[in-house]
Ligand binder design. Structure first.
Ligand code: FE2
Length: 361
């Protein structure tokens, strides 16, 4: 069989956090997500509280712990709030697992079958960078939008225009990017897209290397970063220091109207990275003609980049939790298939100003 149908899509992304209720409230009130489901003692799950949130095709799960002895408690103590599971939906779990086993690079965990009133959900886990996992979910015999153990929550549509996950980025240690690219390419049958080296993405002070893997015609996209040597500490290294291990750095959320989405998020108090005003002076020379009003983009600090296929608009939030680790990107693609390489410099300078404020530069 063709290997481009073993993974369908990103099913959901689960965070382990200090307070699931607060993360859910924040995403509902400021980010345009709505609560779809809840799981906890009331639904027969004794050790944790989880909220399933949705916007467009994006599904996020925020999970907190109810006891000190919980694995979630240990995870949060070590990493702070962060992504635990980038779950993927598969067509046929057995087929996907035998493909992975044959490749011999990735060692999958055993199959768990969760039974409930909606049928049986078959799951297996792959360990990836740090303590992050990919759970693989086969919904073939499961007849519900909610995972087992969740009850439905009635909530109003709340969207700020987020349609889907564009990409999920992992930060790994120096010299570990290539082994992790190999994990996805040789181990899981992903394709490598393109690469930047530290000459492309560097400023005077810090640098990174990045490679991108994708699956199924860009249905799933995972860029992987490692720190590169600069005069001062790389922002990837700062992440690794605070997260304590490799992990998910950011999730890029795609919208069809970034100006509207970002304007509304800002109104709700989401803090975004600032961009130097001078960035916009040279923008038209760099990217050519675009549909959007430059003054509006400048006002909102939205970045623009162009590649051979078109252009893209993007902006990055400040870290969402207390530690300078996980953040979101909001992205609108107008043909472009790349990731904003031309904006790295502007982004870096912007991130470094924040790093400097924390005394970590
Ligand atoms: Fe990104």
């Amino acid at each position: 069989m063709s290997t481009d149908s073993l993974f369908n899509s990103i099913d959901s992304i689960e965070f382990y956090v200090g307070s699931a209720k607060q993360w859910a409230y924040f995403h509902e009130k400021a980010m345009g997500f709505r609560v779809i489901g809840y799981s906890g003692p009331e639904t027969g799950v004794r050790d944790r509280i989880s909220y399933l949130m949705g916007q467009g095709d994006v599904r996020l799960i925020f999970t907190g712990f109810l006891s000190r002895s919980s694995e979630i408690s240990r995870h949060v103590e070590l990493h702070g709030d962060g992504v635990k599971d980038v779950a993927m939906d598969v067509n046929d779990l057995e087929e996907t697992l035998s493909f992975i086993r044959e490749n011999g690079v990735v060692k999958p965990g055993g199959v768990t079958k969760l039974k409930g009133e909606n049928g049986t959900l078959a799951k297996a886990e792959l360990k990836t960078f740090g303590e992050t996992i990919h759970s693989l979910r086969d919904y073939g015999e499961w007849d519900s939008d909610l995972p087992p153990g969740f009850k439905e929550i009635e909530s109003r549509e709340n969207s700020l225009g987020v349609k889907k996950v564009d990409h999920v980025v992992g930060n790994v240690e120096e010299n570990k990017m290539d082994p992790w690219v190999n994990y996805y390419v040789k181990g899981l049958g992903f394709n490598q897209l393109m690469s930047f080296d530290d000459k492309d993405i560097s400023t005077k002070y810090s640098a990174l290397k990045s490679k991108v893997v994708e699956y199924g015609g860009r249905k799933i996209i995972f860029p992987i970063n490692e720190p590169a040597l600069g005069l001062k500490k790389s922002q990837i290294q700062e992440y690794l220091d605070y997260y304590e291990t490799p992990g998910v750095q950011h999730i890029a959320l795609a919208t069809d109207n970034i100006i509207d989405t970002v304007r509304r998020m800002k109104k709700n108090g989401i803090p975004f990275l600032e961009t130097p005003g001078t960035y916009y002076d040279e923008l038209e020379d760099r990217v050519g003609k675009i549909d959007e009003d430059l003054d509006v983009l400048k006002d909102l600090n939205i970045l623009v980049d162009r590649d051979d296929d078109g252009y893209l608009l993007q902006i990055f939030t400040q870290p969402i939790g207390d530690r300078p680790t996980f953040f979101y990107e909001i992205i609108q693609r107008k043909g472009a298939t790349s990731f904003g390489k031309g904006n790295f410099k502007a982004l870096f300078e912007s991130i470094e100003r924040e790093q400097e404020k924390r005394g970590n530069l």
